[in-house]
Design a binder for this molecule. Structure first.
Ligand SMILES: Cc1cc2nc3c(=O)[nH]c(=O)nc-3n(C[C@H](O)[C@H](O)[C@H](O)COP(=O)(O)OP(=O)(O)OC[C@H]3O[C@@H](n4cnc5c(N)ncnc54)[C@H](O)[C@@H]3O)c2cc1C
Length: 501
């Protein structure tokens, strides 16, 4: 039972600024003289941005390393979860703490006055979100959200209902949002708000016209520029093969070309690749998610020009409004596991385990497989069929239903049991800070997650995330995310699913 789930939305609500000042810091924190960040996705790059502007870190040298192509020096690597044509930006969460954080981020996404503003130049589109679920709709006048919720027991319908309650509360506090959130109590109402001329999904839901989507690739390029402009961060293109340690203290990272990057503090923000460097059994697991992209005509795009993002929380299937004549369909699911023996033994859970390590004990963990390493990689037929089902249900253009995907992609989440991130100091290894467990929903927080992570580094975790973001005692080494948002089936193995093509 997640007792902190009842935390007040109002207390954490959008008093947002992109602050450069440091929060009150725990007296136990003293800044390191050097920091190495492994991974430049939203967590790594966002944190580099935040820390580079904090006075407490003015004497700290900050280095970011990523598996980026050394010839292009683009950060992050092209197959990072943070890079894609689009990511949903929403405050629509069943958990009020994330709803408030989403609202906080949206204040910054909406800035579009100058071309250098985050949301400008097509990086953010506020086209609405139609959030729906299958099953029995809630009876009228049901209390929208109980005070305390067990997040691991939510159905898609529960999630949609509690999310609705949270955004109504946000709208009540923000006159600009009033009227933007409307219940869609039945299929006819859902069809009307889908605004496609006939598409639908689910049995109940609501539309939030205050939600939108971001061009993730362009937004990461913007963030990279912001960080570069600080002149405070050194970027290294290279693949970390192991974490270096001396006794119980982590001292840096070794790269595949033999270079060693040393630092007083190492932050591991390697997303779904984290398990290749650190034993995170019981904390998070890498799961592959399917995406399909369809080329459409100008006329087809025009017909879909008013649609919101449609997300069905029971099936996990969603479609983002098309741009540049490309329509993206995806599934937010339990995903595929890809058991792999890491090339180098990951850092064990504790220094004492490191001391007793034997070479033959190497075990497989789920790790990403992407088209960067296997250009022939496609998505399993099982996933492709689900994407087709979404297309047929949500988009009333029969000409699209069987059109071959122009491109497909397997994109990787670092999934935790509750969908909460892990942003914390490692409980056993000194000088190691971790930020992983994005659970498929961290992108929207891009403008604010770095500052929140920086607060955690400075031992001042935001109160509403205390108990959610910490490294938790593991009950089991098997991780399945049961946060009420997942479609598909748990436990699918990628190689087996691909073999069923
Ligand atoms: C299909 C899909 C749809 C999504 N939709 C949404 C959405 O609609 N809204 C939303 O908010 N979120 C969404 N997300 C989630 C969001 O994209 C992620 O939560 C977020 O991007 C994770 O950021 P990250 O920094 O943890 O990981 P990443 O972006 O993956 O960054 C990790 C980085 O670490 C680097 N790295 C890994 N190992 C090493 C190593 N050994 N050496 C050097 N570098 C290394 C990688 O190259 C990578 O660049 C989606 C994700 C996927 C996959």
């Amino acid at each position: 039972m997640d007792s902190s789930f009842s935390s007040s939305l109002a207390a954490t609500n959008a008093t947002t600024t992109n602050t450069t000042s440091s929060p009150p810091t725990s007296s136990t924190f003293s800044p390191p003289s050097s920091l190495l960040i492994i991974g430049s996705g939203v967590f790594g790059l966002g944190t580099a941005w935040a820390l580079s502007r904090r006075p407490a870190f003015s004497n700290c040298s900050i280095t970011v390393v990523d598996r980026s192509d050394p010839n292009t020096n683009v950060f992050p690597a092209s197959d990072a979860a943070s890079v894609d044509t689009s990511r949903i930006v929403r405050a629509d969460y069943a958990d009020p703490a994330y709803a408030a954080l989403g609202a906080e981020a949206q204040v910054l996404w909406r800035q579009q006055t100058s071309p250098t503003d985050l949301g400008a130049c097509g990086r953010y589109h506020e086209s609405g979100l139609l959030l729906v679920a299958d099953g029995v709709p809630p009876p009228p006048n049901t209390p929208p959200r109980p005070a305390i919720i067990d997040k691991t027991k939510l159905t898609g319908m529960d999630y949609a209902r509690y999310s609705w309650a949270n955004v109504l509360q946000l709208a009540a506090q923000n006159p600009a949002l009033a009227g933007q959130v409307r219940e869609t109590p039945d299929v006819a109402a859902i069809r009307a708000e889908a605004r496609t001329g006939g598409g639908s999904s689910g049995a109940w839901g609501y539309i939030n016209d205050g939600s939108g989507w971001a061009d993730a690739g362009a937004s990461m390029a913007w963030l990279y520029q912001q960080v570069k402009q600080t002149g405070r961060v050194t970027f290294v293109a290279g693949t970390v093969t192991s974490l270096e340690h001396k006794g119980s203290a982590v001292t840096g990272a070794k790269l595949s070309d033999g270079r060693v990057l040393s630092a007083d503090l190492v932050m591991l923000a390697a997303g779904a690749w984290t398990a290749s460097l650190l034993d995170i059994s019981g904390q998070a697991v890498a799961t592959g998610q399917v995406l399909g992209y369809l080329d459409i005509t100008e006329a087809e795009q025009a017909q879909l020009s008013n649609m919101p993002t449609i997300l069905n929380l029971s099936s996990g299937l969603f479609i983002i409004p098309p741009r540049n004549r490309v329509l993206k369909i995806a599934r937010h699911a339990y995903g595929y596991l890809n058991p792999t023996v890491p090339q180098t033994e990951p850092l064990p859970q504790s220094p004492s385990a490191a001391a007793t390590f034997k070479c033959d004990s190497q075990q497989s963990v789920s790790l990403p497989l992407t088209s960067a390493s296997d250009p022939t990689l496609s998505i399993p037929a099982e996933g492709a069929e689900d994407l087709r089902a979404a297309l047929r249900e949500m988009v009333p253009l029969p000409a699209l239903w069987d059109r071959p995907f122009t491109k497909t992609r397997l994109c990787w989440y670092s999934d935790t049991p509750t969908g909460d991130f892990v942003v914390d100091y490692h409980p056993q290894w000194q000088n190691l800070f971790v930020a992983f467990g994005d659970s498929g929903h961290a992108f929207k927080f891009m403008p604010v997650i770095g500052d929140k992570t920086a607060d955690c580094i400075m031992k001042s975790c935001p109160p509403e995330f205390k108990g959610k973001w910490h490294w938790k005692p593991a009950n089991s080494s098997t991780v399945v995310t049961e946060d009420g948002t997942r479609g598909g089936k748990p436990g699918l193995i990628l190689a087996e699913a691909l073999a069923q093509r």
